[in-house]
Design a protein around this ligand. Structure first.
Ligand code: GDP
Length: 469
């Protein structure tokens, strides 16, 4: 545990004196440079000097046990990702225990007759996957690549393959909609092979399962295939000791405050612990499983909902248990400061690349946007997707994001900043909010599919800046 100032100086290349100054500034009393710093303090200091730290929990002797795989569903739009997740969810533990009623908390668990279980992430799509990866959350063990049997390999199928390969995550292919008369699984297989996927029946190692989300056929085969793949990967995790976990989704509940769905990667998360979650902190007041039942703790691959955070974290944020409230506050403050520094740095970089007004280049059109979505995970995914539209001619400026329906205050902000409002998986403005939006001439775009949303915003950009695309 921890390291001495001398060690930290050696590894970071900073002088011992500079480090001691920082320590004094964060209110830490250090007697000598041979004193050991706790891992939290070491992280704080490292952040101050701009060094990235990674916590390695060396828990020698701790039991390492097999753990369930965590699976993400990807594929082309309309190929049935949501339907497949719905079908799988209906066989989940929560659905059985709660008599078919499940809450969407961002993940669910399917238990097989053999006793083995699989954890599915509930947010389909590449944007969510990329957002998590971008934040360093290597939480997915396997990808289910959904390809519609009547439509075959499409652009986003290829994109999904690229994402999975890039992240080094094995693929299991689910050929969906096999109930349709126009289904042609054999054609899909040939297409996949020509995309460079070594399918099992052609001598490779990628399993292909034919399913129908509609008639719920082939689901058990798919689950078996995922378990087989997981078995080959020998997934294991340390059970005892401090938890290392990730946020898959976060939302604000009126009564219970910020709620985060977490999946533990290693160790055990325990009720009552003080935690730092990304740049937020809190004390775990309650842990609930996917059926909404209270638990004392959470072990690897088990999705749980955590209550007791002081602020709303983001999908992909890491969760670290710390020893005291003081530590939690300090780390959170340090991380917030660093985020702000990075943000300002980015703005500076942005200024550098903006075109010189004296040169004969088209002016970059700025599009202020407000993003509202159902859950924090979607907010993140939509924001990232919108930013992917940025180019030398267009700058999407996300002026505000939030979870929940489009409100009057969003409208006020939109009017003040000349922004359009993008709603994802939320209802459009109702009643007087809708009326005042029309009056104020604020554009509101509400969608349930990111791809459609991007198309819509794309055409808005073209309106504003003809000849952009
Ligand atoms: P996503 O965009 O990939 O999430 O696709 P959705 O799950 O929203 O499905 C797109 C459309 O395909 C919907 O109209 C579904 O009802 C339909 N669909 C999904 N799975 C199946 C299936 O197995 N068979 C048939 N016939 N239709 C399906």
């Amino acid at each position: 545990e921890g390291m001495t100032i001398i060690e930290l100086a050696k590894r970071s290349g900073e002088s011992i004196h500079a480090l001691q100054n920082i320590l004094t500034n964060v209110g830490e009393n250090i007697g000598s440079e041979f004193d050991s710093l706790s891992i939290d303090i070491a992280e704080l200091v490292a952040m101050e000097i701009g060094v990235n730290v990674r916590r390695l929990h060396s828990c020698e002797g701790a039991a390492v046990l097999p753990r369930p795989p965590v699976v993400t569903v990807m594929g082309h739009v309309d190929h049935g990702k949501t339907s497949l997740l719905d079908a799988l969810r209906s066989t989940s533990v929560a659905a059985r225990e709660a008599g078919g009623i499940t809450q969407h908390i961002g993940a669910f668990v399917v238990k097989m007759p053999s006793g083995a279980s699989i954890t599915f992430l509930d947010t389909p799509g590449h944007a969510a996957f990329s957002a998590m990866r971008a934040r360093g959350a290597a939480i997915t063990d396997l990808v289910v690549l959904v390809v519609a049997a009547d439509d075959g390999v499409m652009p986003q199928t290829i994109e999904a393959i690229a994402h999975a390969k890039d992240a080094n995550v094995p693929i299991v292919v689910a050929i969906n909609k096999c109930d349709k008369p126009a289904a042609d699984p054999e054609r899909v297989k040939v297409q996949l092979a020509s995309e460079g996927l070594p399918l099992e029946e052609m001598g490779g190692d990628i399993q292909v399962i034919e399913v129908s989300a509609k008639s719920k056929s082939g689901l058990d085969n798919l689950e078996e295939a995922l378990l087989l793949q997981a078995e080959m990967m020998e997934l294991k995790a340390r059970i005892d000791g401090p938890a290392q976990a990730y946020v898959v989704e976060a939302r604000l509940d009126r009564g219970r405050g910020p709620l985060a769905t977490a999946i533990v990667k290693a160790g055990t998360l325990v009720c009552g612990q003080h935690i730092v979650v990304g740049a937020e902190w809190g004390r775990i007041r309650a842990i609930r499983d996917t059926a909404g039942k209270l638990r004392e703790d959470a072990t690897p691959a088990m999705p749980v909902e955590i209550e007791g955070l002081k602020g709303l974290p983001m999908a992909g944020d890491d969760i670290t248990a710390v020893e005291s409230e003081e530590r939690a506050k300090m780390l959170s403050a340090g991380r917030k400061k660093k985020l702000e520094k990075d943000r300002l740095l980015k703005i500076d970089e942005g200024k550098e690349v903006s075109p010189d007004p004296l040169e004969d280049v088209p002016v970059r059109v700025e599009m202020p946007v407000i993003v509202k979505a159902d859950v924090q995970g979607s907010v993140q995914a939509v924001t990232d997707a919108l930013k992917s539209l940025n180019s030398s001619q267009v700058l999407i400026n996300v002026v505000h994001v939030g979870v929940g329906p489009i409100s009057q205050s969003d409208l006020d902000l939109a009017q003040a900043s000349g922004a359009c409002i993008v709603g994802f998986n939320v209802r459009g403005p109702s009643g007087c909010v809708g009326t005042s939006a029309t009056k104020a001439g604020v554009q509101i775009k509400v969608h349930r599919v990111i791809y459609h949303l991007l198309e819509d915003i794309g055409s808005l950009i073209v309106e504003k800046a003809p000849g952009t695309f």
